[in-house]
Design a protein around this ligand. Structure first.
Ligand code: HEC
Ligand code: HEC
Ligand code: HEC
Ligand code: HEC
Length: 341
């Protein structure tokens, strides 16, 4: 990958970080021993599974090992077998522990986004041992609370869902980008990337429709998405140690996100957290070996996102609508539900 270093970015190589890593931010923390696998989900979630099967997330499992570019990247990284070494597995596959061995069983699948499922799969669907009709609302609340405590990422948890997307799609790995020439992440945006081929809101409609996010939810997806882009790209810059493509491209991501957030802050002045995120994003220099300060900024952004998701539901943020990508920008098309349930 060839990159022209823009003079507007100064990435200094002389500051040496004396501080230990505060926290890892690596993407998806799937635990192979807790993976139930997409076939287990498919027993009940047939429509959702069909939608997933039409996505790049599904196809990467079969296609990656045959992909010429993938093999070149792997070779440059010293990875001999893409499906047997963890570097590529982290983001392209779902890995399950079988007979004491880690085995890739699928591409990016249900649990890559909703959390490793073994400990909550029975629980979330059990209606507390009753039926959907006889379970009390207190029991239902308790069931969801327990499922979440066991690691389930539900649909209201936009921040956690988004963090998984960006954890993979920012590609916060310096060696993979600089040495492997892997793309430095995707030009990711949460509304347009979640409402196309990835959309599978067919469960609560009982398979009658693949229901797109409504206006209020779209605003939350958009805003939280921008916040997480900022958080994850700050963390990615924090890991930059050499003046090469990775440092530059990740710094560029931060700059783009904070510019967009500055516009959002103007459009939604009733949401003061947005301007605070922008301020934080300017509080740490986008330079090499600046891990401590950049991580502090990222942690601050994270707290602001959490407080926004606690406080708002998007209904008061119509000011953002002009910024939100429309269907013509969606990545792929949503699957139409068909009679298979
Ligand atoms: C035995 C059937 C069954 C299996 C297997 C199953 N689910 Fe579910 N799932 C349900 C039911 C039932 C609900 C809705 C519960 C309700 O309405 O309170 C649900 C709801 C959900 C929801 C929506 C949660 C929300 O926020 O409302 C998600 C996400 C989900 N399941 C993911 C999964 C994943 C991922 C797997 C595999 C690891 C899985 N399910 C396996 C039956 C199942
Ligand atoms: C941090 C997460 C991450 C890691 C680690 C990772 N990838 Fe990727 N990879 C991605 C994402 C995200 C995309 C692009 C998705 C998009 O924008 O379409 C991608 C795209 C690709 C593509 C181009 C898309 C295609 O299938 O044609 C190839 C090839 C690829 N990766 C190979 C590899 C190989 C080989 C490894 C291991 C050496 C690896 N990746 C490790 C996240 C990752
Ligand atoms: C790429 C991440 C990702 C993958 C992979 C994924 N989901 Fe989801 N899922 C989401 C997101 C995000 C939502 C909420 C979408 C929205 O807000 O429009 C969701 C919503 C759902 C819902 C609620 C649907 C409704 O009617 O509202 C269910 C059930 C569900 N997923 C189950 C599954 C199952 C089962 C799989 C695997 C076959 C799966 N998901 C794969 C991210 C994912
Ligand atoms: C475990 C890592 C991982 C997670 C989590 C993840 N993705 Fe992906 N995604 C990938 C990889 C890798 C590819 C590229 C697959 C390929 O083409 O080989 C991809 C491809 C895509 C594509 C297709 C892009 C194209 O080029 O057309 C979309 C859309 C997408 N992801 C959206 C999402 C959304 C939305 C979320 C969160 C709700 C999400 N992804 C979560 C790894 C991930």
């Amino acid at each position: 990958m060839r990159v022209r270093l823009s003079p507007s970015f100064t990435i200094f190589a002389f500051a040496i970080s004396l501080f230990a890593t505060i926290r890892t931010d690596a993407a998806v923390a799937n635990e192979p021993e807790k993976i139930a696998g997409p076939n287990a989900c498919a027993e009940c979630h047939k429509q959702e599974t069909e939608a997933w099967k039409g996505s790049h997330h599904f196809k990467t499992f079969r296609e990656m090992p045959r992909n010429l570019e993938a093999n070149k990247i792997a070779q440059r990284m010293g990875v001999r077998r893409i499906r047997a070494e963890s570097l590529c597995l982290n983001c392209h596959y779902t890995v399950q522990k079988k007979d004491d061995k880690d085995e890739p069983i699928a591409g990016v699948s249900c649990e890559s986004c909703h959390g490793s499922g073994k400990e909550w799969i029975k629980l979330h669907s059990s209606y507390s041992g009753k039926t959907a009709q006889t379970e009390t609302s207190a029991e239902k609340a308790q069931r969801w609370k327990l499922a979440e405590a066991k690691g389930m990422i539900r649909i209201h948890a936009i921040y956690q869902l988004a963090k998984n997307c960006y954890g993979c799609h920012v590609v916060p790995n310096e060696a993979l980008v600089n040495k492997g020439s892997h793309q430095a992440g995707s030009p990711f945006e949460l509304v347009s990337w979640s409402q196309g081929e990835v959309l599978h809101n067919t469960w609560y409609s009982k398979g009658k429709a693949n229901v797109p996010a409504n206006a209020a939810r779209k605003r939350m997806l958009f805003l939280v998405g921008l916040g997480v882009e900022l958080e994850m790209s700050l963390r990615a810059v924090a890991k930059a140690t050499t003046r090469k493509a990775y440092a530059f491209l990740m710094a560029q991501r931060v700059d783009r996100a904070r510019k967009q957030l500055a516009v959002a802050a103007k459009n939604a002045p009733n949401v003061p957290e947005i301007a605070k995120m922008v301020e934080l994003a300017h509080s740490a220099g986008l330079k090499l070996n600046n891990e401590r300060l950049l991580a502090i900024a990222a942690d601050g952004v994270s707290k602001l996102i959490v407080s926004m998701t606690d406080k708002y539901d998007g209904s008061s943020m119509a000011g953002l609508d002009s910024m939100i990508p429309g269907p013509e920008k969606f990545k792929g098309t949503p699957r139409k539900p068909a009679a298979i349930n």
